[in-house]
Design a protein around this ligand. Structure first.
Ligand code: FPP
Length: 255
């Protein structure tokens, strides 16, 4: 980890923001509308926040679009979400590409409708060379699934004689887990009032600053995002060190 990552006063903007976009259903309920109108409004909020991240020069944004547990929702809602993802990709892909956004997907999408799977591959391939915002969409994703997949990949390498089990380290897991190659999230935001990580990036969030807000996702606008970024900018990130060590670093420029 680079020294510059230690303290926010050196770098007040997070390099990587991870978001659980929660509250679409309740937003609709409050307005006496069907749940799907909440999801539709959620897509608009997502579009605005992606745009804002790109505008501010944030390096990476990872959003939880569909968890491995979301399969348990009523089939009609799952189908609607799949349709919404497809429509959103069809509608937004060329604009995102033009804005130099690189799109990646993490998770098991093998049970998604074939048309959506194709669009997901197409979006990833088309934007693979882009150098702007790294947008990762977690779909069919679970943090425990991610860790299991990483362990499996390492076991395969052990079986192939490529690595010695004694050489397995935290770095080995990090290298095989989703989002390897992208700095770990600096700021995690969850909207909708719940204070849980809900099987999101379990491995990757160890030193991430957590921010929870009651605002429902469709209402999470640029000013709400600003508030989250402001809260982040005054957090002291110690990464296991003491406050005194961090203050010395601030005064002397080194630890
Ligand atoms: C939470 O609301 C949101 C989801 C289940 C994910 C769906 C997200 C969107 C439609 C946003 C757009 C995403 C993309 C990638 C375009 P909830 O249904 O859990 O709300 P509730 O807790 O109020 O019921």
């Amino acid at each position: 980890m680079s020294e510059a990552a230690f303290i926010n006063s050196e770098n007040t903007l997070p390099r990587h923001v991870a978001i659980i976009m929660d509250g679409n259903g309740r937003w609709a309920q409050q307005k006496n509308k069907p749940r799907h109108s909440g999801h539709k409004a959620g897509v608009e909020a997502t579009r605005n926040i992606i745009q804002e991240c790109a505008r501010r020069g944030i390096e990476a944004l990872t959003i939880f679009a569909f968890s491995s547990e979301n399969w348990k929702r009523p089939k009609s809602e799952v189908n609607l979400l799949m349709e919404l993802f497809l429509t959103a990709l069809q509608r937004e892909l060329s604009k995102l590409h033009k804005n130099n956004v690189r799109i990646r997907f993490i998770g098991n999408t093998s049970s998604f409708p074939e048309k959506l799977q194709k669009k997901i591959s197409h979006a990833s391939d088309q934007t693979a060379g882009n150098t702007g915002l790294n947008l990762t969409i977690a779909a069919g994703y679970g943090g425990r699934w991610d860790i299991v997949e990483s362990v499996r990949a390492i076991v395969d390498e052990v079986k192939a004689g490529k690595i010695d089990p004694n050489d397995i380290t935290e770095e080995s897991i990090s290298a095989h887990i989703c989002l390897s190659g992208i700095p770990e999230p600096d700021l995690f935001i969850r909207t909708g009032g719940e204070k849980r990580i809900s099987n999101f990036l379990l491995w990757q969030l160890v030193y991430t600053e957590l921010y929870f807000t009651d605002i429902l996702w469709p209402d999470f606008d640029v000013s709400a995002f600003d508030q989250a970024l402001n809260a982040f900018s005054v957090r002291q990130r110690r990464f296991g060190r003491t406050a005194e060590q961090i203050e010395t670093k601030l005064n002397n420029g080194r630890l």
